[in-house]
Design a protein around this ligand. Structure first.
Ligand SMILES: [Zn+2]
Length: 289
């Protein structure tokens, strides 16, 4: 009896957690998500909405939705359908390894095991708040490990700069709201230092790296060396992640599935975190997909 009550309470708490952390995806969520909660613990949506305000690189085509139909047909049923267009690299998206590394994986070739697995958050938001050009470096990883233990091999490493709070204000998020080539030198936001990228690849064999800014290289980068290093190692990158502030530093998993664009250099990404529960191991049936 007592046990039954406890289980019921836990299920209700988990459901409440899902409801409160559903975040950007919650607008049309069903009222009762208990089955998902029972399977997987709390879910956090790490994805921004795609709409006319979604932030893209100053030179990239923005997201556009064109309504094809929204209303009753002559046959009497309701029918909604749209067309959309956008660059691969904008909003919450993946950078496939080939983006800056010839011969490396395209979007359709990224193994599923790189897109699912246990994850950690490296919080540099205090340092980034003091310096919008902050570069995450091996010192940040060592500090994290002193406090939290070693970053497990084959983890997904998420960098929390705090920049997600500026979304979708391009002026604050990117350093400029201007568009076109002339805007690029005015980009300012934190990123991952090439030395930090090399450290993660060599010492922790990371599955993937994610960040809550527009690029894994900082805004002032001109050579994109961090992209080059991660791409050469076939490490995909998740950019413009949402809600990293809702995650613990460890003890959760990420599922980050991009649109499977054949020969793509990137693509729109639906990323979520699963706090506590499965799937941690990334052991998947059906090969690499
Ligand atoms: Zn990109």
């Amino acid at each position: 009896m007592r046990r039954t009550v406890l289980v019921a309470t836990l299920a209700a708490a988990a459901t409440a957690l899902v409801m409160s952390t559903a975040g950007t995806g919650s607008r049309n969520a069903p009222a009762d998500d208990r089955s998902a909660a029972a399977v997987s613990g709390a879910l956090v949506d790490l994805t921004h909405r795609f709409n006319a305000r979604t932030i893209y690189w100053p030179t990239a085509k923005r997201f556009r939705l064109t309504v094809v139909s929204h209303g009753h047909t002559e046959a009497g049923f309701f029918y909604a359908a749209n067309n959309y267009e956008a660059a691969e690299h904008g909003g919450t998206h993946v950078d496939s390894p080939i983006h800056f590394a010839r011969g490396r994986q395209t979007t359709d070739e990224i193994p599923l095991r790189n897109l699912v697995g246990r994850a950690v958050v490296i919080d540099v938001s205090n340092r980034a708040a003091a310096n919008r050009d902050y570069l995450v470096n091996p010192g940040d990883f060592r500090r994290w490990e002193q406090a939290n233990g070693r970053i497990p091999r084959r983890s997904i490493v998420l960098l929390r700069t705090g920049w997600g709070r500026f979304w979708p204000n391009a002026e604050r998020y990117m350093g400029t709201a201007d568009r076109g080539e002339d805007a690029v030198p005015n980009l300012h936001f934190p990123g991952l230092h090439p030395r930090g990228a090399r450290w993660l690849v060599r010492n922790r064999d990371v599955k993937a790296v994610g960040i809550d800014t527009a690029s894994i290289d900082y805004g002032q980068s001109t050579l994109f060396r961090t992209h080059q290093i991660l791409g050469a190692a076939n490490v995909p990158v998740f950019e413009n992640l949402a809600n990293l502030g809702r995650l613990p530093l460890r003890g959760f998993s990420v599922v980050a599935l991009p649109m499977k664009i054949d020969r793509g250099s990137g693509g729109p990404l639906r990323a979520i975190a699963v706090i506590g529960g499965a799937p941690a191991g990334g052991r998947l049936a059906g090969g690499t997909g």
